[in-house]
Write a protein that binds this ligand. Structure first.
Ligand code: SF4
Ligand code: SF4
Length: 376
C-alpha cells in the first residue's frame, strides 16, 4: 500500500471535502486504521498567527472540521491544539476559524503548553528536544499542515508543521541553537516528526501560498488535498509535484544524510487525474550556503545569503520582529527605524515571518545575485 494519497479538490465546500477526505483515507486503509473508540486525538493544524482563512497562512478550518467529524464518527475524542509563535492563542483560534469549529462540534480547542522532553527517535540528531505535554500524552496525532513556501526552509508541509508542538517562544530559541545551516534546522524537524510519529497527515493544498511564505507570500489555488501515513514521504512527493528542485530542499538533504531517502527514488504523486499538473511554484531563493563547506559559513553568510531590511514605508511599528528575533539582532530606535546587527543575525527570517505588514524585505548577497543571473 502507498504511504501517501492525493486527490484533486477545487474548494472548501463541505460535501466535496468530506468525499475527498474519505476517498484519501480509504486509499490508506480506512478510518479504523487511524481512529479507535475512546482514543484522545490531537488535531494539529497550522495556526501560525491570528490570520483569516483566506489569507492562506493557516490551515483552512473546513479541512480541520472534516477531519474532526471523521474522528467523532469513529468514537474518538479529538481536540484541536497548536502553539503560535507570537500571537495570543485566543486571538489565533478566533481569527483562523478553529474556535468556531471546536464550538460547533463541542470539542476542546487549546494551546499546546507545558514543555516536556520528547523521547528521541532512533537516529535522532538532537537528543534534548521538548514539545508540549499534550502532544506526548495524546493517543494519536493527526497532523494537518498548510501547503506553503517558506523563506528559510523552501517549503513548509507535513514535517515542518510538527515544529509547532515546540511551545511558543522556545521555537525562536531553537532557531538560535541550530544557527545558520538550514539542513540542521531540517534535522530538528525530522527528529520531532519521527519522535511524535503522527498516524495521519492531511495536507491542505486546496489553496496555499507561494513566493515569500510562510506569511508574506501570495495566496494561490493549488486544488490539492493529500493524506499520508508518513509526512516525509508526503513532503517529497509534494515538492516534486510543485516542480520544486528536491536537491534544494533542506529536508531532503537532511533525510539523504540519514539514509531516510535515496537519490533516484521515484517521488511522483499517484492517484491524481490524468492531466492534473501544477505550474511550478514560485520559491523564495534566499541563500546558497550549501555551496560552501560549513567552516566558511562566516564568508557565506556575507555573500551567499539575503539580509533582512526594514521597509520603512510599510512598517507599522508593531515591534513583533524585534520580539521574535532569536539572536537579539534587532533594535527599534525612537524614530521607528529598526537597526539590525548583521554580525549577530542568523538569517532565520523569523522577523519576516511574523511581520504583519510585509515590511521586512531582503537584500541579496553579491554572490547570490550573481548566481541568480547565471541561472537565467
Ligand atoms: S534579524 Fe531577522 S533574520 Fe536575523 S536573526 Fe533576527 S529574526 Fe532572524
Ligand atoms: S514586524 Fe514589521 S511592521 Fe512590525 S515593527 Fe517589524 S518591520 Fe515594522
Amino acid at each position: 500500500m502507498e504511504k501517501s494519497a492525493f486527490i484533486q479538490c477545487g474548494g472548501y465546500g463541505r460535501q466535496g471535502l468530506k468525499a475527498a477526505l474519505r476517498s484519501l483515507v480509504e486509499g490508506l486503509g480506512g478510518s479504523s486504521r487511524f481512529f479507535s473508540r475512546g482514543d484522545s486525538v490531537l488535531i494539529k493544524p497550522n495556526m501560525l498567527s491570528a490570520s483569516a482563512p483566506d489569507e492562506c497562512i493557516t490551515t483552512h478550518p473546513e479541512v480541520v472540521r472534516a477531519v474532526v467529524l471523521m474522528a467523532l464518527e469513529a468514537g474518538a475524542r479529538p481536540f484541536i491544539a497548536d502553539s503560535p509563535g507570537l500571537d495570543r492563542f485566543s486571538d489565533v483560534a478566533r481569527r483562523t476559524g478553529m474556535e468556531a469549529v471546536a464550538r460547533e462540534l463541542n470539542i476542546p480547542c487549546v494551546e499546546l503548553d507545558d514543555p516536556t522532553p520528547l523521547p528521541p527517535a532512533e537516529g535522532a540528531v538532537f537528543k534534548k528536544v521538548e514539545v508540549s505535554r499534550l502532544a506526548l500524552s495524546a493517543d494519536r496525532i493527526i497532523n494537518i499542515p498548510k501547503l506553503k513556501t517558506h523563506a528559510q526552509m523552501m517549503l513548509t508541509l507535513g514535517v515542518k508543521n510538527l515544529f509547532g508542538t515546540v511551545v511558543s517562544q522556545r521555537k525562536a530559541q531553537w532557531h538560535y541553537n541550530v544557527g545558520l545551516r538550514r539542513e540542521s534546522f531540517a534535522d530538528l524537524h525530522l527528529d520531532i516528526a519521527r519522535g511524535l510519529a503522527p498516524c495521519l497527515t492531511v495536507l491542505d493544498g486546496i489553496t496555499g501560498m507561494e513566493g515569500r511564505g510562510p506569511s508574506n507570500g501570495r495566496p494561490r489555488a493549488f486544488g490539492l488535498l493529500a493524506a499520508s501515513t508518513d509526512p516525509l514521504d508526503l513532503d517529497f512527493r509534494v515538492c516534486s509535484l510543485l516542480g520544486a528542485p528536491l536537491a534544494d530542499f533542506p529536508l531532503y538533504q537532511a533525510a539523504l544524510a540519514r539514509g531516510l531517502a535515496h537519490e533516484g527514488m521515484d517521488w511522483s504523486a499517484h492517484g491524481l487525474p490524468e492531466g492534473f499538473a501544477i505550474d511550478p511554484v514560485e520559491l523564495p531563493e534566499l541563500d546558497a550556503l550549501h555551496l560552501l563547506p560549513p567552516f566558511l559559513d562566516g564568508l557565506g553568510k556575507r555573500f551567499l545569503t539575503s539580509r533582512p531590511v526594514q521597509d520603512r514605508e510599510k512598517c507599522v511599528g508593531c515591534g513583533k520582529c524585534v520580539r521574535i528575533c532569536p539572536a537579539g539582532a534587532m533594535r527599534m530606535e525612537d524614530d521607528g527605524r529598526i537597526r539590525i546587527d548583521y554580525g549577530r543575525c542568523i538569517r532565520c527570517y523569523c522577523c519576516q515571518e511574523v511581520c504583519p505588514a510585509d515590511a521586512i524585505q531582503f537584500s541579496k548577497g553579491l554572490l547570490l545575485r550573481t548566481l541568480e543571473l547565471l541561472r537565467r
